[in-house]
Design a protein around this ligand. Sequence first.
Ligand code: AMP
Length: 282
Amino acid sequence: MIIIQQPSDLRTHLAQKQHSGATVGFVPTMGALHQGHLSLVTESLKKTTLTVCSIFVNPTQFNDPADYQKYPKRLSDDIKLLENAGTSVLFLPSTESIYGSKPGTLERYDLGYLETILEGSSRPGHFQGVCQVMFRLLKAVRPEFLFMGRKDYQQCMVVRHLLRIANFNTGFVACDTVRENDGLAMSSRNLRLSAEERQRAPYIYRALREARKHLKEGRLEALKSNAITDLTENGFVVDYFEFASAKDLTLLNEWDGRTPVIALAAAYLGQVRLIDNLLLHE
Ligand code: AMP
């Protein structure tokens, strides 16, 4: 595995490889890697001939400065994990090489409805930051395929939208959520949970599974309030627990018994904000 820090060096390296027939798969991350991230690398290895992974904690997507400051960092472990997983190139840019030394006002993206709900409304500016960094990373990598996790379901939709509006010729591959044995979705932020919070964290997945078990045609309020009560009783401060169309994330108060439906949750345990989701009906 080679490590490249400058976007222009990465572009030059990959242009040569692509010219000689390589298909590039790209796995963007913010580091503190776990099996969820590595599963994206595995998917990329199956579908492409050269896997590029990036580690960049993007300041513009954090609406909470404390969350940015406390974001876990484990670079030497990450390098070993990526090397063992079969990554060819680790892209490790500095903030300056991505945004310049004097970042002015950054560009804005028209994300429409997607930015007004769930993570969009709870974390103002978050998806603008995601698009600002993804645009710059994608310009440097120009991958044939991009691999991202369904754990961040709304982010997958936002980035698909970005690929379309910015005319990237890149296929999007959404990968399944990897969970701990007790059901907790793997996340770098889990490292910040206390031992006691870590015990309670799987309730978020349990609440989603309960919703799936009891889903039936008609109004969804009772399912939603049961989930919120269950989580609150187990020490969570719930940000949202919603049902939405799995196709376009239109929020649903009622289910027609046919529409593919997903439940999405965000909740705090202490200072740590966890998100998860589950497809209830395909
Ligand atoms: P992050 O480092 O949190 O920005 O995540 C980088 C990529 O890994 C994103 O595409 C995430 O959706 C994906 N990811 C994070 N956690 C998981 C997980 N538990 N299972 C699968 N993919 C994940």
